[in-house]
Design a protein around this ligand. Structure first.
Ligand code: SF4
Length: 400
């Protein structure tokens, strides 16, 4: 498996596959084509179907148009065989001749690939790639999941995770401060600050739940506005992990060093899904985004509360299992409905999964690895209507 840095990418929303990935592809293409006088970028499949709402064109134009005239061509009905999120970059000289033509795919979490390269399969950092193997190692050696991360990544991972944690906390704070209407035309008002204020008026248990909602809404609303966030594992699901960790730091006073270890463990679980299945809504639906975020947050919470390796695995398994089959149907292609509320519910569910697991001895029938495989198969079986094309579900049935 590759570094957990691939799970936690710092960047701007609203979509890791639809903005971060295309923006990085544009930067790579520009690097090789600085002499071009014109660019054309063709977007295929899911990227074209929901690219306007996800601001894919804005992300690409931000890179290429300051250098040369850039046209965007939308082909939502054409799905290239390699992956639903296809892009063709073309550069031209003054005579109109093609200088370079490059087809590349945004395969989720901001990662790029095509038939000849795959960022997902570059640097191998980890020698084990299932939770079963890693859990057995933990139980055999007495180490924790986060120690396997440290051993595999080296001590410099802590500086990176500290940066990740800073950006996550800042996104919560920015989102709680901001008010107004989200961009895109749906006319949705930011809710995070209202939820925070109302939550404070309740007794402890409802207040606690309301604060988790407020923190998740804050980060997801920042994402919808193109603010700085951390993928965990994607932009669309970026509110879940910060909400759970911010809440636990706030209420239980966990030290930052413990939060970083929880981030490491959560990153490991996300990385196993990314390696053995997918974290791309266009590939497997929202179960791979919000479902995986919930599993990661459940693992993080369980570790913070002293869960054993088996209890941590159980918490993560429930976080994903109870999101199986979840479709991706963003209204108008915007990462707003159902995405923002869905982050709040997943954060609450992650805390429930932790509680449920901590009441157990960690023994259970369906393993995390099995659920990952079921998620992959379910994602394959889902019609493309429900995989970030905005042609089915809420996207089809909700009037603007
Ligand atoms: S529905 Fe889920 S997978 Fe689809 S864009 Fe929203 S958060 Fe991402």
């Amino acid at each position: 498996m590759e570094s957990i840095r691939q799970i936690y990418r710092i960047g701007h929303g609203p979509s890791s596959s639809h903005t971060m990935g295309p923006m990085r592809a544009a930067q790579m293409f520009l690097e090789r084509n600085k002499e071009a006088v014109r660019f054309n970028v063709t977007l295929y499949g899911s990227l074209a179907a929901t690219g306007k709402g996800h601001m894919t064109d804005t992300a690409i134009l931000e890179v290429l148009s300051p250098v040369a005239k850039t046209d965007i061509t939308w082909k939502p009905k054409i799905f290239l065989p390699f992956h639903p999120n296809g892009m063709l970059f073309e550069s031209f000289n003054e005579s109109g001749d093609v200088l370079e033509s490059w087809t590349v795919y945004s395969i989720g979490g901001g990662t790029l690939a095509n038939e000849s390269f795959n960022e997902l399969k570059t640097e191998k950092i980890y020698d084990m790639h299932t939770i079963k193997e890693i859990q057995a190692w933990c139980e055999r050696t007495g180490h924790s999941y986060w120690e396997y991360v440290e051993q595999s990544e080296g001590p410099q991972i802590w500086d990176y995770l500290a940066e990740v944690w800073n950006v996550m906390q800042q996104a919560v704070q920015n989102g709680l401060e901001a008010e107004g209407i989200l961009p895109g035309g749906l006319g949705i008002r930011r809710k995070a600050s209202d939820y925070l204020i109302r939550a404070k008026g309740y007794g402890s248990s409802i207040k606690s739940r309301g604060m988790v909602y407020a923190f998740a809404l804050a980060v997801s609303e920042e994402n919808a506005c193109g603010g700085q966030i951390v993928t965990a594992p994607t932009c669309g699901s970026c509110g879940v992990m910060p909400a759970v960790l911010y809440h636990l730091k706030d209420t239980r006073e966990f030290r930052d060093s413990r939060i970083l270890r929880a981030l490491a463990t959560a990153g490991l679980f996300g990385n196993v899904v990314r390696t053995n299945a997918s974290v791309s809504g266009a590939e497997v639906g929202c179960q791979g985004e919000v479902g995986v975020a919930c599993a990661m947050a459940a693992a993080a919470a369980s570790q913070l509360f002293g869960g054993t390796p088996a209890q941590i695995e159980y918490a993560a398994e429930m976080g994903l299992e109870h999101h199986l089959g979840l479709t991706c149907d963003p209204v108008c292609g915007l990462v707003q409905i159902p995405c923002i509320e869905r982050n709040a519910f997943a954060a609450a569910r992650a805390l429930d999964a932790n509680t449920f697991s901590n009441f157990s001895d960690g023994k259970h029938r369906v393993s995390f690895d099995q659920v990952v495989e079921v998620m992959r198969q379910t994602g394959n079986d889902l019609p493309s209507l429900y995989k970030e094309t905005s042609e089915g579900g809420l996207a089809k049935n909700m009037e603007r």
